[in-house]
Design a protein around this ligand. Structure first.
Ligand code: UD1
Ligand code: UDP
Length: 363
């Protein structure tokens, strides 16, 4: 029996693939759901599968913490064995993680077609492991599901061989599908110490693995003109601990550190906050969803999401403490009206992706 294998490995992949999994199931397309285990803590992996009410993965691995190369290599080994055993008609991956590249490589070497959800994003910053992963994955993919026209243009410019289809980003589907449930179920606001706050996240390797940048971020949050609620990624916590600054940050009256949150709690915080300061990719997109609509300060040197900037939601403010503080102050003063429409689509990206797959593979 022909089946589509969906492979996820990290928090954002599970969130962004949830609508695709639902659309595949609705279309009665046989599905093999695999978690390649790049993220392995409960609150970075299993928590999302439960909360988003996905069936447990048919296959799951744990690859723990290794170097970039070893992590990628270990995932290739697991996925190659699994693909040989299951022979899916298509493998679907999402985004730009090491697990995505590993899965795409394992599949292409066995002659199994790869569909890349969120194809064509480019930061043009080769310091980022994600930029290597997304470029390489796009060039071995058979189907490129580009979220926007800009992403399609990037792919055309590079002369990719696969078929390009503009779909919107499935994260908008995810926000629309989950915010109403989040608003009913989440109790996170009872745990937040502040009425008005900025929401912050930071985990990019080129930021938090650089002590100077890590300190810039922590000082900016501690001195911010508005209290900061900060659900902390395990990579960042590890770096703060290694550098012996975690305890100091934890004591700051202006920062409330939280553990990595479930999706429903995080959606509620995005909806409630005054602004978002982040180096995350997915959060830049989610902030443009009509039911969220929040200004985003991108604490990075570049973004692969220029659509959010062009539409007026996001600003790339850099990684200097002073620049971050100035941008926060400006955002609080200006409080400008944000567009009612997201540049990442209307929430039907997953349906479009599945329609294309159904036609191509004649399910
Ligand atoms: C990865 C992706 C990044 C994505 C992010 C989503 C790559 C190169 N990076 O970054 O694009 O934005 O996931 O959150 O693929 N750790 C834990 N528990 C976990 C997972 C990670 O403790 O469940 C810690 C470990 O110390 C690990 C470190 O975080 O070494 C980094 O994890 P890793 O998956 O390599 O990269 P992320 O920073 O999570
Ligand atoms: N997110 C979450 N809990 C958190 C922080 C983020 O559920 O504590 C969600 C967020 O809403 C978004 C995704 O995780 O959908 C973003 O993940 P992350 O920033 O780790 O990765 P990126 O998008 O940068 O690859």
């Amino acid at each position: 029996m022909k089946a589509v294998m969906v492979v996820v490995g990290t928090r954002p992949e599970t969130i962004k693939m949830a609508p695709v999994i639902r659309a595949l199931q609705k279309s009665k397309i046989p599905l093999i759901f695999t978690h390649c285990g790049q993220h392995y803590d409960y609150n970075m992996s299993q928590q999302f599968i439960e909360e988003l009410e996905l069936s447990p993965p048919d296959y799951g691995y744990k690859v723990k913490a290794y170097s970039q190369g070893e992590q990628t290599a270990r995932i290739i080994i697991h996925i190659e064995r699994l693909l040989k055993k299951t022979s899916p008609a298509l493998v679907l991956v999402e985004g730009d993680t090491n697990g995505v590249l590993a899965t795409a490589l394992a599949a292409v070497k066995l002659g199994i077609p790869v569909g890349h959800v969120e194809a064509g994003l480019r930061s043009f910053d080769l310091r980022m492991p994600e930029e290597h992963n997304r470029r390489l994955t796009d060039h071995v993919s058979t189907d490129l599901f580009a979220p926007t026209k800009n992403a399609e243009n990037n792919l055309k410019r590079e002369g990719v061989w696969g078929k390009i289809c503009i779909t919107g980003n499935t994260v908008i589907d995810a926000v629309i599908q989950h915010l109403p449930i989040a608003e009913k179920k989440s109790k996170i606001l009872e745990a937040v110490h502040f009425e008005n706050f900025a929401l912050a996240t930071a985990h990019r390797a080129e930021n938090v693995d650089d002590l100077a940048v890590l300190k810039n971020f922590m000082e900016a949050f501690a001195e911010a003109p508005i209290p900061v609620v900060y659900p902390m990624h395990p990579r960042t916590k590890k770096r703060l601990r290694q550098n012996r600054i975690y305890a100091k940050i934890k004591k700051s009256k202006n920062i409330q550190i939280l553990p990595p949150l479930g999706y429903l709690d995080f959606l509620v915080l995005m909806k409630k906050c005054e602004m978002i300061a982040t180096d995350s990719g997915g959060i830049q997109e989610e902030a443009t969803a009509p039911c969220i609509r929040k200004p985003v300060l991108v604490i990075r040197l570049s973004t692969e999401r220029p659509e959010a900037v062009k539409a007026g939601f996001a600003k790339v403010v850099g990684i200097e403490k002073q620049k971050i503080l100035e941008a926060m102050e400006r955002t609080l003063k200006q409080r400008k009206e944000l567009p009612a429409k997201s540049p990442y689509g209307d929430g039907n990206a997953a349906e479009k992706i599945v329609r294309t797959i159904k036609k191509e593979l004649a399910f």
